[in-house]
Design a binder for this molecule. Structure first.
Ligand code: SF4
Ligand code: SF4
Length: 304
């Protein structure tokens, strides 16, 4: 199943200090796709068998009328649509209801709200409640991404979501973009496979990446950069992602096993987040070269 994160614009109305999408050289000059080109791309995506589009990057509600047109097109093409938002627009139940009613009429399938101690420095937490209740009222599926670094400071935020009986899922902060400079506390978790689905990300400048999170920031090797729609078709870039042997090892074997194969000790692996491990292995030219060779020979057989 082909799914993609669609970055229509990098513009956002707020400036969260943990923002993975932020590139501060870009943030001063946000990039936006041309609306007609975005529609053509969605048509191409339909032809290429894309079944799900998540509108993300900056804040999609800033271009609300454009968003409605893109959602309508997804609906016509029977593509599952999701919008990721900081809910700044849901300042009252009435305002939330008005926007969500329109989105429902245009065929939106799901709303994903971002919530964290960083977002809520800019957006009142009650907005999340208005947006969630508005989704329930308008019969739109929703969930909340509770972004956390697992510190005690976040407990009251989590409790707020529980007190309001909202559907939420904790999501670890990704230490890339603006959060690159955050102090990272070592993790000590179970030894997990850390398989990664690797849904691609299309940026507003039409560059497509094989990974929609930290991987678009691996600028030493640019390992996850697939190419640009100005030169290649959507289908060709998806095929590039699907046929890459090492990407398939990330999807099927998992980052921890690849790291162990590459020589990382088990003790070190359990202290690192999966994107950090990815960066160490794939944003280093020597390590990447070794692993690409291994992906064509021994690595796919490194399974139980
Ligand atoms: S994390 Fe989301 S809401 Fe916050 S600045 Fe980045 S794009 Fe905007
Ligand atoms: S683990 Fe690797 S492939 Fe997965 S989101 Fe992180 S950087 Fe991307």
């Amino acid at each position: 199943m082909r799914k993609i994160a669609f970055g229509y614009s990098t513009r956002c109305n707020i400036k969260c200090s943990h923002c993975v999408a932020a590139d501060d050289s870009q943030q001063s000059r946000p990039v936006k796709m041309d609306l007609e080109r975005a529609k053509e791309i969605i048509l191409e995506m339909g032809e290429a068998g894309v079944t799900g589009i998540s509108f993300t990057a900056g804040e999609p509600f800033i271009y609300f009328d454009d968003l409605l047109q893109l959602i309508t097109l997804c609906h016509k093409l029977q593509i599952y649509s999701r919008v990721v938002t900081n809910s700044y627009w849901a300042s009252s139940p009435e305002k939330a209801g008005e926007r969500l009613g329109k989105l429902k009429d245009h065929g939106l399938c799901q709303l994903r709200m971002s919530f964290s101690r960083w977002h809520q420095q800019h957006v009142p937490r009650q907005n999340i409640v208005h947006a969630a209740k508005g989704c329930i009222k308008n019969n739109i599926d929703y969930f909340i991404s509770f972004v956390t670094d697992f510190s005690e400071e976040d407990d009251t935020y989590e409790q707020f979501l529980r007190d309001n009986t909202l559907k939420f899922f904790p999501e670890p902060v990704i230490y890339a973009g603006r959060a690159d400079g955050f102090t990272q506390k070592p993790l000590f978790t179970d030894y997990q496979d850390n398989r990664c689905a690797m849904n691609p990300y299309l940026a507003p400048d039409l560059t497509m990446y094989a990974c929609c999170d930290a991987g678009s920031h691996f600028t030493t090797t640019n390992y996850f950069k697939l190419g640009n729609l100005k030169d290649q078709s959507i289908d060709a870039l998806f095929c590039k992602s699907e046929n890459n042997q090492l990407y398939n090892c990330i999807r099927n074997i998992g980052i921890s096993t690849i790291a162990s194969f590459a020589g990382f000790s088990a003790r070190e692996i359990v202290t690192l987040r999966k994107c950090e491990l990815c960066k160490k292995m794939f944003d280093s030219p020597d390590s990447l070269e070794r692993l690409e060779k291994a992906a064509a020979t021994d690595l796919p057989r490194w399974i139980r």
